[in-house]
Structures are given as C-alpha cells and as structure tokens.
Design a protein around this ligand. Structure first.
Ligand code: FE
Ligand code: FE
Ligand code: ZN
Length: 179
C-alpha cells in the first residue's frame, strides 16, 4: 500500500486537499466581492478625510484582489466561482450596524468604522496567510506569490487603520461630549 508521504506535493493537489483549497478560494472570492460593495459605504459614512481616503484607496486594492484571485483560478484550470462567506457577511453586517448606531460627523463613528475595517482585514489576513502557506507547501509557487501580494496589501491596510486610530481619532472620540 503506498503511503501518503511518498506522494509528491503535486499529487496532493489532485486530492481532497485541492478541493479544500478551491473551497477556500471561492470563499475569499465572495468576501472580496462583498468588500467591493461594502468599502464605499464605510467611506461614505466616515467623518475624517484621512479615514475616507484610506477606505477609498483600499477599495482600489480590493478590486485588484478580486482579479488576482481570478488569476489563481485560471492557474488552477478552474472557473472563478464565489461561494458565500458567512464570516465576512457577518462582519459587513456589523459595519452597517455601527453606521446605524453612531452619529453622523462624529469621531465615534470613525472609531466604529475602524473596528469594522480591522475585523475585515484580520479575516482576510488569516485567510490569505493560510492559503499562501498551503500553496507554497503544494509547490504552487506562482499562486503563493499572487496570494502573498494580496496578503501584504491587507496587512498594510490594517496598519493604516491602526495608525489613524492612534494618531488622533480615538483621542478625538474620547473628548466628544455625549448627549
Ligand atoms: Fe482584500
Ligand atoms: Fe469565509
Ligand atoms: Zn482588505
């Protein structure tokens, strides 16, 4: 009986692991498309010009994440397919709740938007980190490289939100008078 560890990583790709990898790609493909629709809402709701600019520039990057994933599907010889991601769907709903529950033109609104944005970025960082590592371990170097490019942008987007929170928005919100 051939043992599992004698199989090459390429062989492993033609297996249940490949199917799992594809499922995860379909999930994040849905999530990225959802973010293309959600980021403009976060941007529109933002009070700080810098925060709005951060959401707007990440929207452009996110459109790039969608097309990078399409490249990955092509490299795998698969049609790009999106399957609903319950996690990102929930995170997007939380973002809309935050907009409903905070007042327009307040720093508190921005604090909430940063929370929502960072929850999304962390979900993406976790997903791309794991996908990239699996691609690497399956000897799919080109795919691992594409996933890593997106991972780098997600981390930078998250860092940008931290910077905005700590460089004034949190302090401004703390000083706001509640009615
Ligand atoms: Fe993304
Ligand atoms: Fe998901
Ligand atoms: Zn992102």
């Amino acid at each position: 009986m051939p043992t599992q560890d004698q199989q090459s990583p390429k062989a492993a790709l033609n297996s249940k692991l490949r199917e799992f990898f594809l499922d995860q790609l379909r999930d994040i493909y849905w999530a990225e498309q959802k973010l293309v629709k959600t980021l403009p809402k976060l941007s529109e709701a933002a009070h700080s010009d810098d925060l709005r600019a951060a959401f707007d520039s990440h929207l452009i990057e996110t459109e790039g994440h969608v097309s990078r994933l399409e490249q990955v599907f092509t490299l795998l010889g698969e049609k790009a397919k999106a399957v609903e991601c319950p996690a990102l769907k929930g995170i997007a709903e939380e973002g809309e709740d935050i907009i409903d529950e905070t007042e327009d033109n307040t720093a508190q609104r921005d604090v909430g938007l940063i929370f929502a944005g960072q929850k999304a970025e962390h979900y993406e960082i976790a997903t791309y980190g794991s996908l990239k590592q699996l691609a690497k371990d399956m000897d799919q170097t080109e795919i691992a490289d594409l996933l890593n490019q997106t991972l780098t942008e997600e981390k930078a987007a998250n860092d940008k939100l931290t910077e905005l929170a700590t460089s004034g928005i949190n302090r401004e919100a703390a000083a706001e008078i509640a009615d």
